[in-house]
Design a protein around this ligand. Structure first.
Ligand code: ADP
Length: 427
């Protein structure tokens, strides 16, 4: 394998795919690794995105994992490091974005320019913009967007300079929209000014993709960039890479087709309904039967086996919020979640063992469980099906050494006909 250009560390699984997707659309060939690889990756890639699960774990653990990821990426020759977090800046005052950023800066302190980095979750394509350091979700401030009630990472302050400063020892500054609007030279001179004032990190305003594309050239040569996935659209050109359909090329699709869904988000509920309405075979699984000790996975696989020969099938635990609450009330939230995830993952594995080579998985946590059950450790990122959701290609031990096309759709992503559209596009 040749040396990689951009080395990325993502603090969660579907966030890693989101970043990889943006890099591919800008022309980079990207491999996503599930956790820190134990050896160099097999394919030629311009960028590697290491997916960690470090958003809400203990700070020391998040720092340790991120530093290990940095070392692996440096060993592969990465010229620039990209620390990717959520576009809603999910963290608490004791959260991990600041400490991980500073630990990476400490580790890069001897690299020229390593004393300064930027931070911006701006992702205008997904309605996330930063104005005067304040993060907006669509029309509303982050702190009024619903994120103030998030169970794990409530965001009660939209002022990112303040939020980040509370997590950092280094001084945090701002590169505001007026500077960004003037382009590379103005941004570079603002960075020099902030450095002179002893600032180590700057939140950057961005209201549009144009802002992100103006920011990109000013980040050339900066050893560490921290951001949501939006900033990625402006980086590949710094390495002489232009958008090209070659970047998303995957091997030709083969084998049988199936969808498994453990997501109960609104969009997924619509997608399940659309698949059923289209007259396709679909089987709902009942968490209470799993809890009662029935081998629901074996039942589902027996149901699917004759049907998959004729076309795509769907196995789902997807249910509306009332049904989910009732199940959670009887089994407990975590217990119900874990049980359903295990079952859906066992079904995904069984389907691949029975010849499925094109697999759609719906649900963020569900995706993690399925990828683990399939023993997938890295995926080549292919073409985008819908914003934030690309087809990927991976080798899985469950496929007896053959490659599997897989797409991991987080809850609210994808159009209503995603479960059929995904296969159409792959042909
Ligand atoms: P999303 O991306 O939509 O949030 P996830 O897979 O991340 O989907 O999360 C959905 C969670 O709900 C998983 O833990 C899953 O096992 C659980 N779950 C799925 N179906 C049901 C159900 N019918 N009742 C209770 N919990 C469920």
């Amino acid at each position: 394998m040749s040396k990689i250009l951009l080395g990325c560390i993502a603090d969660d699984f579907t966030g890693a795919t989101d970043l990889a997707n943006n890099l591919v659309r800008s022309g980079m060939r990207v491999v996503q690794a599930i956790g820190i690889p134990s050896q160099p990756i097999a394919a030629d890639a311009d960028a590697v995105v290491i997916a960690l699960k470090s958003r809400t774990i203990a700070k020391a653990e998040a720092v340790e994992q991120s530093l290990a990821a940095l070392r692996w990426l440096q060993d592969q020759g990465a010229q620039q490091i990209y620390f990717k977090y959520c576009s809603t800046f999910d963290s608490t005052p004791a959260g991990n974005i600041g400490p991980v950023t500073e630990a990476l800066m400490d580790a890069l302190a001897n690299v020229e320019g390593g004393d300064f980095t930027i931070a911006t979750p701006a992702f205008p394509d997904n309605q996330r913009s930063v104005f005067k350091g304040h993060l907006f979700v669509g029309e509303t401030l982050l702190s009024e967007s619903g994120m103030q009630n998030h169970p794990l990472t409530p965001m009660t302050d939209a002022n990112l300079v303040r939020v980040l400063q509370a997590q950092c020892e280094r001084k945090v500054g701002l590169i505001d929209y007026r500077v960004v609007a003037q382009g590379e030279a103005a941004i570079r001179s603002r960075i020099a000014q902030l450095r002179g004032e002893g600032v180590g990190l700057a939140v950057v305003d961005a209201l549009s993709n144009d802002d992100l594309l103006r920011l990109g050239p000013a980040l050339k040569g900066m050893p560490l960039v921290t951001a949501g996935s939006g900033v990625a659209i402006g980086l590949p050109s710094n390495f002489g890479i232009a958008p090209s359909s070659h970047a998303s090329e995957l091997p030709a699709a083969t084998g049988l087709q199936a969808v498994v869904s453990g997501s109960c988000s609104l969009a997924t509920n619509r997608q399940v309904l659309a698949f059923i309405k289209a007259g396709r075979p679909a089987l709902g699984i009942d968490p209470l039967r799993i809890a009662a000790g029935v081998d629901v996975a074996a039942e589902a696989l027996a149901w699917a086996e004759p049907l998959i020969q004729k076309g795509p099938v769907l196995v789902y635990s997807t249910a509306d919020s009332n049904a989910v609450k009732s199940v959670q009330g009887r089994l407990g939230v975590e217990e119900a979640g874990a049980m359903v995830e295990r079952t859906v993952a066992a079904i995904a594995r069984g389907l691949v063992q029975r010849g499925v080579r094109q697999l759609v998985v719906a649900g963020g946590e569900t995706s993690g469980a399925c990828v683990q059950a399939l023993n997938i450790t890295q995926m080549k990122i292919g073409p985008q099906i819908d914003p934030g959701v690309p087809w990927c290609h991976a080798s899985s031990e469950a496929a007896a050494g053959e490659g599997v096309h897989i797409t991991l759709k987080s809850g609210n992503f994808g159009s209503d006909d995603f479960f059929t559209q995904a296969f159409t596009m792959l042909q």
